[in-house]
Unconditional design. Structure first.
Length: 256
């Protein structure tokens, strides 16, 4: 029997001079990124997956944070990766809300490349726009959706969703959407076509609006929202690795 390590704790793997920052999604934790972190650790890349403020603890603690707190968690994680691993090149990959946060990071810190995975511009649940109002009458909603077993076994989810936090997620979406043309680093945009949380058109919107000259799009026809744990994850990891290798080779040629 395969034993899956379920832990919301952050992880840090010092390695070579290339660093990869991994950022989890809304109400999630680094657990959803651990297989990806292990993949790149084995390839000699320094990997850091932080735990965003308010996550991995309790719904009440999440309710006490804002999207700017989540941004600050990412900025601090970037600084730690550069300081403690001594990397020369840094890439950032984020899942879902984490994809928004790494796009935002590209405006605030030097990045060699950014990878956005199933980041939301539009959510499947259209009721989300009413969360800032409904929260005054019903602060929390119980978790109803359960993922497929091969995904669920990795997760450390909250049993309740604070609606005030949904409001901050919507603010983050608006912030990043407005600023997409200002992001100019090489970018890989990844989108699951069977995404049950995010409208798949979000990925194509991000690709079109990015200011990057070097950008590419990868579509996964049979993957769901948490693509880092789904059945095609090895293909995903290989696509990200190829992107990192290509960008790094081009940078080395330019330096020469």
């Amino acid at each position: 029997m395969k034993i899956v390590r379920r832990s919301p704790e952050p992880f840090f793997y010092p390695g070579g001079e290339i660093g990869l920052l991994l950022v989890h999604g809304f109400t999630g934790s680094p657990a959803e990124l651990r297989p990806m972190g292990d993949y790149f650790r084995k390839r000699g890349i320094s990997v850091h997956a932080p735990l965003l403020k308010g996550h991995g603890t309790s719904p009440e603690e999440l309710a006490g944070t804002t999207w700017m707190d989540w941004r600050e968690s990412v900025l601090q994680a970037y600084d730690r990766l550069c300081r403690d691993a001594g990397v020369r090149r840094v890439f950032a990959a984020g899942l879902s809300m984490g994809g928004l946060l790494v796009l935002d990071l590209a405006r605030h810190r030097p990045l060699d490349g950014v990878i956005s995975m199933c980041a939301p511009i539009w959510l499947k649940d259209r009721r989300a726009v009413f969360a800032p109002l409904v929260r005054f009458f019903r602060p929390y909603l119980p978790r109803r959706e359960v993922k497929e077993a091969h995904i669920e076994e990795h997760l450390v989810p909250y049993d309740r969703l604070p609606l005030v936090s949904v409001g901050h997620l919507l603010r983050l979406i608006r912030q990043v959407r407005r600023r997409l043309p200002e992001i100019t680093v090489p970018a890989l945009v990844i989108q699951s076509e069977r995404d049950e949380t995010v409208e798949p058109s979000s990925g194509r919107y991000i690709l079109k609006r990015l200011g990057s000259e070097e950008k590419e799009f990868k579509s996964y026809a049979n993957s769901s929202h948490i693509i880092t744990l789904d059945r095609k994850r090895e293909r995903l990891f290989a696509d990200v690795e190829n992107f990192i290798q290509r960008v790094t080779r081009e940078e080395i040629r330019e330096e020469k």
